[in-house]
Design a protein around this ligand. Structure first.
Ligand SMILES: [Zn+2]
Ligand SMILES: [Zn+2]
Length: 661
């Protein structure tokens, strides 16, 4: 009896609804995961055999796989991960597969590509660990020896040596001959860590992030996929690469919101790392000095283990935190540094110590208004004010590419030269410091004043060599840097993060200010932190003052439960956007009307998003809340599956949203 040829499903790295069926070449047995060439439309594409064919099309309608590509097959764990992430994030699996491929241009190696990296040496330089660190390291090493899924929160104040501790787990992973992956929230931090890892293991890790050249990406991608690279340091996208032999994942600074990808496939790198570890049956370490509420919740629920480092390494004590109640001081509209903070700065610099001024706002002034009529300069494309930047001499919108010169005349009342800058950005704080302490050696550290990781590292080196007295910067500066002579941190506006409709505002402010505070007093000399605030009685300020993280977290969790917010509940946002406001509103209302019944979903809206216009598109938003035992992704997939979406409109689903613009 003649069996009909078995058809194969082939997933293409394209945002299509599903995989397509193809016929194999005669006599070829292709295993799932095999990378193949297939015809697609009038073109040839590279895809991956995903399983047996499922379509009911007659065989005569199907096309043949053209050939195989000389690459190792995509491991089963990677394929399961692609499917899982696609389901969870309500995105087409091909869009997720594309992340595993990095880019189509990487797939074919070139002649001179050479990955010449010797394997890392687990015992190259083992640092001396304190008893506390040794205990924590032993716990993590055991997890690696167990060779099974586990999640461990490595929880230690800044300066307690978390990196040294998780390096012991990485060393154990290397002893087993497996690959270890360390994820970082921001590329700017890689340069500093590369050297530390090189000192520990004798070789630098293989990098994976968007700042690499195409050639370097291609070489690294092949080395990782072929298992030649054992040690990988990367941004969140590194999670999707095809590891043949991954034995451990470390997510450093797990609380960072930068782990959330907000475009294309919208996912949270930390949460997907948990899924990847689970599917691969391997241990995961989440490292932080200020763990997220999500992670603490899972620790409470006994889903994650908890390893705590209590002491700061060496002699360093925790910095002393003081609040400066700004309401007590008369300050002019041009001054943002209060008398107590200014005095502390003077003293610190006179003592040949270093200081940091923190303000999480780029540019010169966040608002420019006409003193004659009160008109505020706004972006024509977004619900957003124009931000003045002295460095470029222009006003910029921080949400789209729009920029403009300061107009000569007010567009409303025609008054000339009456514009006034309101409020400070880091450039304005720098201007004030220059005027009040002309001899001070300072630099600004913000994402738009730095030209990539190398520039960040150059500034860090200048600071470490004491060529600077003062660093003025945004949150980019709050990250893991170690400056032994830094003894004063001034927070210009500690209230800044608390405003707005973000349910994580208090948590983020607490974490950010704790991180910034942790920069102070990491050497022999005690550190001091001054927080300028107009709300000294706010729970965030009180908790910071007392260093009482646990009670802050407990209170915050109660609040989230009361408002049906994560981590107590599940949350998703569905945003409709388009150029035509009425069409946007109509579709948003249709979607709301089609919401599934009897599923205990709570639906808020539709209502204009807080940024009702962004990059020239109107935005209407629904928030969907669900108890934790409901599969919210599946509900939304089903719900939106039937929606008819005109070409001019877009629906964006964000499961576990972190951005509330
Ligand atoms: Zn005016
Ligand atoms: Zn704009």
């Amino acid at each position: 009896m003649n069996q009909p040829p078995a058809t194969l499903r082939v997933l293409l790295p394209l945002p299509l609804a599903d995989a397509y069926d193809y016929l194999p070449l005669a006599g070829q047995k292709l295993q799932p995961g095999t990378v193949v060439d297939v015809p697609f439309g009038s073109k040839q594409m590279i895809g991956v055999v995903w399983g047996k064919g499922t379509s009911n099309l007659p065989l005569s309608k199907l096309r043949h796989i053209t050939g195989t590509v000389d690459l190792p097959p995509l491991p089963e764990t990677t394929r399961n991960f692609v499917d899982w992430v696609a389901q969870y994030t309500v995105t087409p699996p091909g869009a997720v597969l594309k992340m595993a491929f990095g880019s189509m241009r990487l797939l074919k190696p070139k002649k001179n590509d050479d990955f010449s990296c010797p394997p890392p040496k687990p015992n190259h330089h083992q640092p001396h660990l304190t008893d506390d660190q040794k205990k924590a390291a032993d716990a993590l090493v055991q997890k690696v020896r167990d060779e099974a899924y586990s999640v461990t929160l490595l929880d230690g104040v800044t300066g307690s040596g978390k990196t040294e501790v998780f390096c012991e787990a990485i060393a154990e992973c290397f002893r087993q001959g497996k690959q270890a992956l360390v994820l970082l929230p921001e590329i700017a931090m890689t340069a500093a860590l590369l050297d530390r890892f090189a000192a520990r293991f004798g070789v630098q890790p293989t990098q994976w992030h968007s700042e690499l050249t195409e050639k370097q990406r291609r070489i690294n991608w092949h080395a990782i996929m072929r298992g030649e690279s054992k040690f990988i340091l990367g941004a969140r996208s590194a999670l999707f690469l095809a590891y043949p032999n991954l034995g451990l994942i470390v997510v450093d600074e797990e609380h960072e919101a930068a782990y959330k990808q907000e475009e294309g496939v919208i996912y949270h790198g930390r949460d997907m790392a948990v899924v990847r570890a689970h599917l691969g049956n391997i241990p995961l370490v989440l490292s932080s000095a200020t763990p997220s509420l999500e992670t603490m919740f899972n620790v409470q629920q006994k889903k994650y283990d908890h390893v705590v480092l209590h002491e700061r390494f060496g002699k360093a004590a925790m910095p002393k935190i003081e609040l400066v109640d700004l309401r007590k001081y008369k300050m002019t509209a041009q001054n943002f540094i209060s008398p107590p903070l200014f005095e502390a700065l003077q003293k610190t610099i006179a003592d040949k110590q270093q200081a940091m001024l923190f303000l999480n706002r780029r540019g010169y002034a966040p608002l420019t208004l006409c003193r004659a009529c009160g008109h505020r300069l706004a972006c024509p494309n977004c619900t957003s004010w124009m931000i003045e930047h002295k460095q470029s001499g222009r006003l910029h919108c921080h949400h789209c590419n729009f920029s403009m010169r300061l107009p000569d005349k007010c567009p409303t009342c025609g008054a000339e030269g009456r514009f006034a800058a309101c409020g400070p950005g880091v450039e304005r704080v720098a201007e004030e410091m220059k005027a009040r302490m002309p001899d001070i050696r300072f630099a600004i550290m913000a994402s738009d004043t730095l030209d990539g990781p190398k520039a960040a590292q150059a500034l860090v080196n200048q600071m470490a060599n004491q060529e600077l007295d003062l660093l003025i910067g945004t949150q980019i500066m709050a990250k893991g840097y170690h400056f032994p002579r830094l003894t004063l941190v001034g927070v210009v506006d500690a209230d800044l993060g608390l405003a707005g409709g973000d349910p994580r505002a208090a948590e983020r402010t607490f974490q950010l200010l704790q991180q910034v505070s942790g920069r102070s007093g990491r050497g022999e000399d005690a550190g001091r932190v001054l927080l300028q605030t107009t709300a000294p009685d706010h729970p965030v300020m009180k908790a910071l003052l007392k260093g009482d993280r646990d009670s802050f977290m407990a209170a915050e969790l109660k609040e989230r439960e009361a408002y049906h917010l994560p981590p107590a509940w599940r949350l998703a946002s569905i945003t409709v956007s388009g150029a035509d406001k009425n069409h946007v509103i109509r579709l948003a209302e249709q979607i709301a009307a089609a919401a599934p019944q009897n599923q205990k979903l709570r639906i808020l809206g539709p209502a204009p998003a807080p940024f009702a216009m962004l990059r020239g598109r109107y935005r209407h938003r629904l928030l969907v809340q669900a108890p934790r035992n409901i599969n919210l992704s599946a509900s939304i997939r089903q719900w939106l599956g039937g929606a008819k979406i005109p070409r001019s409109l877009r629906i964006m689903v964000d499961i576990d949203p972190y951005s509330f613009l």
